[in-house]
Design a protein around this ligand. Structure first.
Ligand SMILES: Nc1ncnc2c1ncn2[C@@H]1O[C@H](COP(=O)(O)OP(=O)(O)OP(=O)(O)O)[C@@H](O)[C@H]1O
Ligand SMILES: [Mg+2]
Length: 266
């Protein structure tokens, strides 16, 4: 399956979310409005605690906003659906299953016929270069390999929207760079819509069509950066460096606010 870049697929308007805490209401997200076009790669950056995971969970339908709307093709998101798949930081794989069984699991749940399941599993295992590890158990794999299996498991479901919450965080820099490159190559082939949360601005600028910077609590859209660099991108391109610097400067202001808040915390 391939996806075409197109019109607005996901539209968020005035999304708010608060959580009750021992110290009262915590406004996690306030007045979040932006849209994502079909086939677009959008990165979300912002200081720790600004609501990135909360926002992804709302889009995934795992949680419900207090007010505002999240529309997918004009219809409100009402719970999880096969059109959206989340890839978490820890991968959330089943350690007692093999690589192949992990990928097959979601396909079975979707009641896909055995022959097609086999074809999908094979295709995505190849895409992440783990075809020789189909019968290995998860505990036999390195962290980077596990994360690739988690990505393949998500991709095999062929969701229109892939939601990735800091999927490469636990990895060393070299493995991380390799996986970023693999993800870019896969996305350029498949072209699903991707919402990717990262702390790494350079990674965001390298991957994204647009980078959404969230402010610290309550999380609001501070700025949306359109990344106009041509693809395929050169990670050492001087203009990329310049764009990164601009975003990092604003991000640092938000991180400083979050640190100041931590020191004030009761
Ligand atoms: N279920 C919950 N109950 C209470 N507070 C919550 C809950 N989920 C999130 N929060 C709070 O909402 C805020 C946003 O959390 P969230 O996990 O979305 O931030 P984040 O941007 O993903 O942070 P990080 O970069 O550290 O992953 C935080 O202050 C967090 O403590
Ligand atoms: Mg998070």
């Amino acid at each position: 399956m391939t996806f075409q870049k197109g019109s607005s697929e996901l539209v968020l308007s005035g999304v708010q979310k608060a959580f009750p805490t021992r110290h009262g209401e915590l406004n996690a997200l306030k007045d979040i409005s932006f849209d994502v076009r079909e086939g677009e790669f959008v990165c979300l950056v912002g200081p720790s605690g600004c609501g990135k995971s909360t926002l992804l969970n709302l889009i995934a339908g795992l949680e419900k906003q207090d007010s505002g709307s999240i529309l997918l093709d004009g219809k409100p998101v009402n719970g999880p659906g096969p059109d959206r798949v989340v890839v978490f930081q820890e991968g959330a794989l089943f350690p007692w299953m093999t690589v192949e069984q992990n990928i097959d699991f979601g396909l079975k749940v979707k009641k896909i016929a055995a022959a097609e399941r086999r074809a999908l599993t094979e295709r995505y295992l190849k895409m992440i270069h783990l075809e020789n590890f189909a019968h290995s158990y998860i505990h036999e794999l390195s962290g980077g390999m596990r994360q690739r299996v988690a990505i393949a498991r998500g991709l095999a479901l062929e969701p229109r929207i892939l939601l990735m919450d800091e999927p490469f965080n636990a990895l060393d820099t070299q493995t991380r760079d390799l996986l970023v490159e693999e993800l870019r190559a896969i996305w350029s082939k498949i072209g699903n819509t991707v919402l990717f949360v990262t702390h790494n601005v350079r990674e965001a600028v390298y991957l994204a069509d647009r980078v959404v910077l969230l402010s610290f609590r309550p999380g609001r859209v501070r700025e949306i950066f359109k990344i106009d660099l041509p693809r395929p991108r050169d990670p050492d391109h001087p203009h990329l460096e310049e764009v990164v610097r601009g975003i990092v400067q604003q991000l640092h202001e938000e991180v400083e606010k979050s640190v100041a808040e931590e020191f004030r915390a009761p």
